[in-house]
Design a protein around this ligand. Sequence first.
Ligand SMILES: NC(=O)c1ccc[n+]([C@@H]2O[C@H](COP(=O)([O-])OP(=O)(O)OC[C@H]3O[C@@H](n4cnc5c(N)ncnc54)[C@H](OP(=O)(O)O)[C@@H]3O)[C@@H](O)[C@H]2O)c1
Length: 305
Amino acid sequence: MKNYSLGKSNLQSSRLIYGCMRIAGDQSVNDIANGKLAVHSAIDAGYNHFDHADIYGGGASEQLFGELLKRSPHLREKMILTSKASIRPKNNENPYAPTRYDFSKQYILSSVEGSLKRLHTEQLDLFLLHRPDYLLDIHEVTETFKQLKASGKVAHFGVSNFKPSQVAMLQSALGLPLLVNQVEINIHNIDALNDGTLDQCQQHSITPIAWCPLGGVAYAAWGNTFLAKDEQRIAGELTLQAQKYNCEAWQVILAWLLKHPADIFPIIGSTTPERIVAAKVALELNYSREDWYRLLEARNGQSVP
Ligand SMILES: NC(=O)c1ccc[n+]([C@@H]2O[C@H](COP(=O)([O-])OP(=O)(O)OC[C@H]3O[C@@H](n4cnc5c(N)ncnc54)[C@H](OP(=O)(O)O)[C@@H]3O)[C@@H](O)[C@H]2O)c1
């Protein structure tokens, strides 16, 4: 797979990123074995960028990945490791505390420490703020990022699920480039196309990374609002296009994302080795502007004005 720069950096990422959210499954022996197989399949297929978060599997996903790196340390040299933090679930230690977002210096520093330990690595190539904290203090975040950079624990920074105004606000104080904004983009959720997220990415060379790229197609999207008749209409168009491009419907969806000139990097979250490999077919489709709009029309149930 060809590699491309992330944001304004020399980090060279495969265009498809492998998402590690599901690799530990239900943490049974069987699921852990499947997760390891999935990661090896991704490495063999040329994915060099792996997406984590402190909360995936309650830490079990990073743990599994770290065990692979401990056993085969040479793999680390060629890969980009991303992790994220800020979502703090309810926990037993403090039953009073609700699920919350936390960009405080103390929390971010301790979360990065935890990720480094679980992943068996000394540095994260990329650290993302997972979801915007309503109590975001740009000066505190700036201080935290500078400390993480100076200590060598994090090389680069980015954000996730940020609105353009939040990216602009943080970037104005940071003094370091935000390389990526990781947001949900799929056939159901096209907010990023309409709310200025992809415009800002193009304008400022920020790489948009699409999480759950197949939501609403391979499985119900988060907060799915499609009616059965919407799904039938979209499936009908996808079937036609899949025949035309001699591929599968879900690969058409990836091609639809890849066509956007902001250069979206989809994160592939399948744990099925065949699908992890087959996602690369989307990179080779010569997907047309006309088909892009036909699919948008099928999704919206009406043509653009
Ligand atoms: N920043 C954020 O807030 C955020 C939020 C969510 C996720 N993420 C990141 O995004 C990554 C990708 O998310 P995701 O796993 O939801 O993405 P996805 O690739 O859209 O979905 C993967 C899921 O779809 C299934 N699937 C894939 N192809 C299929 C097909 N052809 N038919 C039926 N089912 C199919 C997979 O099942 P199998 O495993 O059985 O193939 C798996 O359950 C995560 O791993 C995580 O790294 C980030």
